[in-house]
Write a protein that binds this ligand. Structure first.
Ligand code: NAD
Length: 397
């Protein structure tokens, strides 16, 4: 047994905890750069409420609206704005896009330069030497778990891929996780973000880098997610279900940061960089195929640990134990497939992907760190078959 575990982020969780923001922010800075998301929280008056709370505690704020999933250019633009304002505190309020934008800005303000200086794979590879400016994460989707991860995922348009700024220095100082903020998330976004969280629980549990503290956390969170996601999808105002999804998402961030991911996330980078597919749907479209292929390869190669872990996932998803671990694991995969169908996950063809894109996407997915954590090695044929299986009904050449 060998692992390390660090969670420097203070987590304050529960309906209504947003009310603590003013006091908390005042203990960390005086000029906040407030990154918000796609507009729905503005319309509901949440952003104005946040600004008022901070003003009442002597903290001024400059609002920056992030639009869509962040890319290197939008983040550099935001960082320039924050520098111009003399910000000493960064707050992300919204889904993973707003949180990652804010997290990257807090990093760039302390380290100077631009995102391409530091970003993995496509950047200049400079180390992120200095701790970020204080960063408060307030998630509104349940979600990406970005409030407890040390990376910010940015699209690099030139190479059509997504890559991360990553450093332990980038962790949020405080995560204010208020499930009430997610009550307004519409069903399709509930499905995409919830399936992202579920994938971020399953992959760290079956990862080559799995570790016991994360195992303990993710199995419980998976039970919550499996039960709550269909409820939050059917009844957006179900606060208990929303709380369970916010919890599952929070744990999924802790899990991926400590135990890595797997092939589903390896595909999601090139997919998200090439097509306008929301991150959660990219993960969900390939997840059942990845689980099935991994299970088959693990069983063939006698990797019993991976097979046993897929059987544990199945039981956490509510599947009964069958005659052996392989059979149990299969029924779990059927549950995941059924959940994706119930939540109306579109095939990837719906986002413009065609059969002709498959070889290139498969090759690019190989280069990602997530692929190295996959429990078994997959062949080119395996990768291409999973992608073909994820195209859906409207696939074309
Ligand atoms: P998102 O932040 O892009 O939001 C999706 C949509 O939901 C937007 O239109 C947004 O306006 C809307 N929305 C958000 N909150 C809402 C609310 N309360 N009510 C109504 N609408 C609301 O989606 P996301 O899935 O949360 O984040 C995706 C991004 O997170 C991707 O860029 C992905 O790569 C990244 N991500 C990062 C990490 C990490 O560890 N840093 C992990 C997973 C994913």
């Amino acid at each position: 047994m060998r692992f390390d575990f660090a969670l420097p982020t203070e987590i304050v969780f529960g309906p209504g905890v947003l009310a603590q923001l003013g006091e908390r922010a005042a203990s960390l800075g005086q000029r906040a750069f407030l990154v918000t998301g796609g507009g729905s929280l503005e319309k509901q008056g949440v952003v104005t409420r946040v600004e008022t709370m901070m003003r009442e505690h002597g903290v001024s704020s400059n609002r920056f609206a992030s639009r869509g999933e962040p890319d290197t250019e939008s983040v550099d633009r935001a960082a320039r704005a924050a520098r111009g304002e003399g910000s000493d505190l960064v707050i992300g309020l919204g889904g993973g896009s707003a949180l990652d934008t804010a997290k990257a800005v807090a990093c760039l303000l302390a380290n100077r330069g631009e995102s391409l200086d530091y970003i993995e794979v496509v950047g200049r590879g400079q180390p992120i030497a200095k701790p970020s400016l204080p960063f408060i994460a307030i998630p509104s989707t349940g979600g990406t778990g970005s409030e407890t991860t040390k990376n910010a995922v940015l699209t690099h348009r030139a190479t059509r891929t997504k890559a991360s700024l990553r450093s332990p220095h980038m962790m949020a100082r405080l995560a204010l996780v208020d499930p009430e903020l997610s009550l307004s998330v519409p069903p399709a976004i509930t499905a995409a973000t919830g399936l992202d969280a579920l994938t971020q629980l399953i992959e760290p549990y079956t990862s080559r880098r799995a570790q016991p503290m994360i195992d303990a956390l993710v199995l419980g969170a998976m039970v919550h997610a499996a039960r709550a996601l269909p409820r939050a999808f059917a009844t957006p105002g179900d606060l208990a279900a929303r709380s369970q999804m916010m919890y599952a998402s929070l744990i999924s961030g802790v899990a991926l940061a400590h135990a890595g991911l797997g092939a589903a996330h390896a595909f999601s980078g090139p997919l998200g960089g090439s097509f306008p597919v929301p991150h959660g749907f990219a993960c969900a479209a390939v997840l059942p195929g990845v689980m099935e292929t991994n299970l088959r390869r693990a069983a063939e190669a006698g990797v019993t640990e991976a097979v046993r872990r897929y059987a544990d996932v199945a039981r956490a998803m509510g599947a009964p134990s069958a005659s052996d671990d392989v059979a149990t694991a299969h029924s779990g995969i059927e549950r995941v497939r059924g959940l994706c169908a119930h939540l109306q996950v579109p095939g990837l063809a719906a986002f413009g992907m065609t059969v002709a894109d498959v070889p290139d996407l498969a090759q690019r997915s190989r280069l990602t760190s997530s692929m190295r954590a996959n429990p078994v090695d997959l062949s080119d044929d395996d990768l291409e078959s999973i992608l073909l299986g994820a195209l859906g009904d409207h696939a074309s050449h």
